[in-house]
Design a protein around this ligand. Structure first.
Ligand code: PHB
Ligand code: FE
Length: 334
């Protein structure tokens, strides 16, 4: 007997949207999904039911999904709804990785062309984000997401990370740092020294050696839970970030991912990736290092702004090697 796995149907039709006169927001339809918002909630209808969620939680998660181009693997908005990046296509699901939904057969998943889904999600995020609300900001540093449609915050929704032209500080790097970036030191980081390191190159190496104060840079980050890239060596990417309140997604890894807690502390809730069953609660303090396994989802809680280094292995095809079982889900076995 031969078994064959049918390739998924990929939806490529553009989304449709119409304005709801009650609240002023557009509703968005793509594939079998319909997304609507009112003053407080988002309602997603799909062939097997309805999913309802607080609009602030939804917009914070959607902001990351859009800004990160669907990220690595699973972007769970919560234990029920989310996306899976298949690199070229994206699954949108309700309940597919939740044991209760699967048992009740109310789970549903549909596959979309990445660019088509991206256009829909970006349009939705712009339409549903009101003036004064920044979904990338910590809740204490921005306004309210609620109410009928008023204005927009395209500047926040279009936030782009700064890209260095070459190693920061070397000739040819045009990015301003510290004060010149125009971002003040965050209120939680006013004890972070702001001076830049002194660099004394040996004769003959002038202009080839540079250093900068990463803590000073991170202390001025205007956004939270948004890793930037400070170095790429081969397939290894160092992604530092400044964190406050709750990571707006539960990230389901498709590879092992390392965390280095650079300052303060973050508590992580770790769950089974396939069922959402809780697996561990870990508090990481400054200096702690963790290797998050490839078969879990994780969500961080940072009671005060903290600095975290996320270390990603970008080796192409790694997700298939973990998914097939060729690689063990943990970085080391004891
Ligand atoms: C993660 O999912 O690993 C993650 C995402 C964003 C962050 C930190 C960690 O800011
Ligand atoms: Fe992660």
């Amino acid at each position: 007997m031969t078994s064959s796995v049918k390739p998924p149907v990929v939806h490529r039709d553009a989304h449709r949207s119409i304005r709801d006169p009650r609240y002023g927001y557009h509703s968005f339809e793509i594939g079998s999904f319909k997304f609507q918002r009112d003053e407080y909630f988002v309602r997603v209808t799909y062939p097997k039911g309805t999913y309802v969620v607080d609009v602030g939680n939804f917009l914070r998660a959607m902001m990351r999904d859009v800004a990160w181009g669907f990220f690595y693997g699973w972007v769970n908005f919560d234990e029920v709804f989310g996306t899976v990046n298949r690199y070229g296509t994206v699954d949108v699901f309700v309940g597919s990785y939740n044991a209760g939904y699967v048992a009740a057969s109310t789970d549903f998943s549909e596959c979309f062309d990445s660019a088509t889904l991206f256009t829909c999600f970006k349009a939705l995020l712009k339409d549903w984000t009101n003036e004064g609300y920044d979904p990338f900001a910590a809740p204490l540093e921005t306004g309210s997401p609620y109410g009928s449609r008023h204005g927009n915050n395209d500047q926040a929704v279009d936030f782009q990370r700064e890209l260095a032209d070459r190693f920061v500080g070397l000739p040819g790097d045009s990015q301003p740092r510290t004060d010149a970036r125009g971002f003040p030191v965050n209120r939680h980081f006013d004890d972070v020294p702001q001076h830049e390191p002194e660099v004394h190159a040996e004769p003959g190496f002038e202009g080839q050696l540079a250093a900068f104060n990463l803590f000073a840079y991170l202390s001025r980050s205007p956004v939270t839970w948004n890793p930037s890239v400070v170095s790429i060596v081969g397939e290894s990417a160092y992604c530092p970030t400044s964190e406050e309140h709750i990571l707006p997604i539960l990230h389901g890894n498709d590879r092992v991912e390392w965390f280095l807690q650079l300052s303060d502390e973050i508590t992580w809730q770790v769950a089974d990736k396939a069922t959402a069953a809780p697996r561990a609660v870990i508090t990481m303090k400054a200096g702690d290092v963790a290797a998050m396994p490839a078969d879990i989802s994780h969500r961080g809680f940072s009671p005060k702004r903290s600095m975290l280094l996320v270390w990603e292995n970008m080796t192409p095809g790694l997700e298939q090697r973990y998914a097939s079982g060729e690689l063990a889900p943990t970085a080391a076995e004891f």
